[in-house]
Design a protein around this ligand. Sequence first.
Ligand code: ADP
Length: 174
Amino acid sequence: MHIGGTSIEAVKGDIVTMEFDAIVNAANSSLLGGGGVDGAIHRAAGPDLVHECRLLGGCKTGQAKATKGYRLPAKHIIHTVGPVWRGGENGEAELLASCYRESLDRAIEVGARTLGIPAISTGIYGYPLDKAAKVAVDTIAIFVRDRPGAFKHIALVCFDAKALTAFNAALEAV
Ligand code: ADP
């Protein structure tokens, strides 16, 4: 999909190996590392990452904070805290949309023009994949439409075939 000079696509792979200016981390509110993609990013970036994270004082659900990328190919990491799925009537969609908007804002602030984003909240936090993919794609589409030229490329990085199918379906529905 192309909007306002930005290409947006779903790709399958391990986000820690990918050569974007910045990648987004689906972190927890401590920002001190965890399981899933968060653990993979901390392992790949090396121990200096957690030292910088300690200085940030955590992060609220729906917000995002940037650090350097350390040993990753990406120069910057944008850490965002997705909502835990509690049935869908507890503000989950608005909080998840906020994660994407805040992550894109932080990415612009650090000068990133290419960005890789994992499927925030869809692992340990239990957000249903199809619903999360729709929030992700719709939020990103509106954001880049309002800021033409801010990003060259945004990749929705899916860890498995099921996630890739869900994100491709959401992209086709825009
Ligand atoms: P959350 O706590 O926000 O649910 P998780 O890390 O548990 O975060 O899962 C978020 C998504 O990231 C899931 O779809 C999971 O399959 C995916 N994921 C896990 N490891 C990686 C990785 N190395 N690269 C890309 N995506 C990953």
